[in-house]
Design a protein around this ligand. Structure first.
Ligand SMILES: NC(=O)c1ccc[n+]([C@@H]2O[C@H](COP(=O)([O-])OP(=O)(O)OC[C@H]3O[C@@H](n4cnc5c(N)ncnc54)[C@H](OP(=O)(O)O)[C@@H]3O)[C@@H](O)[C@H]2O)c1
Length: 332
């Protein structure tokens, strides 16, 4: 019940998100590596990262030395791990970047000092004049997230991800999220091209509704294996994308499964889990993760951790069988 198939790997359905090890609030690099090793030693076989898991060191979207921080962390943790590397699925994402510009705005080509006469910026991507980019920013953070899912950016960044991760082919690549400035079918077309060129083995999509899932499936076909959407007691998937994944036979990977750490959320949603946890004598986070695993047999949950204790505690959720009485106390 706790194992599942994803992108050709038969693995525990509790993986590890590595975002908290690479962005604001991250621990030092040694602690981050020890945390990933602790997860792998406990039995984690799915590591989730992204091209955009880094912090710009100066205004802009980051210097060369900033980029790839999170992916290189995963690479180095796997190189220095004394375990079966080939059993570990590494998934990454493309189409977002970090920024210290507020609000993020892509200047018209003619106004951009970094554009050449073909309308290509310094990163080699063509821009549409006057394009505005989606900008997401947690309250209190100096760093934002900027969607940039132009096909050429996605393709170029995916190839960089492979270099950062030190692999020839990416196991699983997600489109990080829809970009209002790019038709969603173009983003899906970029994933299809990456599959056809052998840059990636499998594709996933993230932050999507049912319509976008159907669109992606139509374009990508059987190469599309997973949807990564937000799901937790405080963010319960009101559009029922999980059910839609079940109908289509896609894996559902829940991001921020413990509510996340960047934005505030309704803590009272976790009260029933605290009650069960108090009876069990374990953390409420472990109960939350065990409950999520009961939602769908192809659900994967990928909690972040910032130290070895947290990932050890979370991975124990794979051994926690909630009783019918306990499940009756929790949301259905
Ligand atoms: N696709 C997307 O757009 C998207 C968006 C967000 C996240 N993600 C993915 O989802 C992963 C997880 O999401 P997330 O990082 O937002 O948050 P999360 O997994 O919901 O975790 C939030 C925080 O809970 C704490 N925690 C974790 N395990 C614990 C335990 N056993 N006991 C007590 N506290 C515990 C940690 O914070 P402290 O260290 O402060 O205790 C952790 O950073 C990310 O790493 C990333 O891979 C994807």
């Amino acid at each position: 019940m706790m194992d599942g198939e994803l992108a050709g790997f038969a693995i525990p359905r509790l993986g590890m998100g590595t975002m908290a090890l690479a962005i604001e609030g991250r621990p030092d690099r040694d602690t981050a590596i020890r945390t990933i090793h602790a997860g792998l030693d406990a039995g984690v076989r799915y590591l989730d990262t992204a091209w955009s898991y880094y912090l710009p060191s100066e205004p802009g979207t980051g210097t060369a030395k900033d980029l790839g921080y999170g992916e290189k962390l995963v690479r180095d943790a796997l190189i220095s791990w004394n375990g079966p590397r080939d059993e570990v699925l590494v998934a990454t994402k493309t189409g977002y970047r970090r920024t210290m510009e507020v609000p993020a705005f892509v200047a018209p080509v003619s106004d951009s000092p970094e554009s050449d006469t073909q309308g290509r910026d310094s990163e080699g991507c063509s821009r549409r004049p006057g394009e505005e980019r989606q900008h997401l920013q947690a309250a209190g953070s100096q760093y934002g997230w900027m969607a940039d899912s132009r096909p050429e950016t996605m393709i170029r960044d995916a190839k960089e991800s492979a270099l950062h991760l030190g692999v020839d082919t990416l196991d699983l690549l997600y489109s990080h999220g829809p970009d209002p400035a790019v038709p969603y079918e173009d983003q899906c077309g970029a994933l299809k091209q990456l599959l056809d060129e052998g840059v990636i083995k499998y594709a996933g999509i993230s932050r999507v509704n049912n319509e976008q899932i159907d669109l992606a499936r139509g374009i990508i076909g059987s190469g599309l294996v997973a949807v990564q959407n937000q799901f937790s007691p405080s963010h319960p998937d009101p559009e029922h994308t999980m059910e839609h994944c079940a109908e289509l036979g896609l894996a559902f990977v829940c991001w921020s499964p413990l509510g996340g750490f960047l934005d505030t959320f309704d803590q009272s949603a976790y009260d029933p889990f605290r009650t069960v946890a108090a009876q069990r004598g374990c953390s409420y986070q472990r109960v939350v993760l065990a409950w999520e695993l009961t939602r769908y047999e192809r659900l994967f949950t990928i909690p972040s951790a910032r130290n070895p204790q947290e990932i050890n505690d979370s991975f124990a959720a794979t051994q926690l069988q909630l009783t019918q009485e306990e499940l009756a106390m929790l949301p259905c």
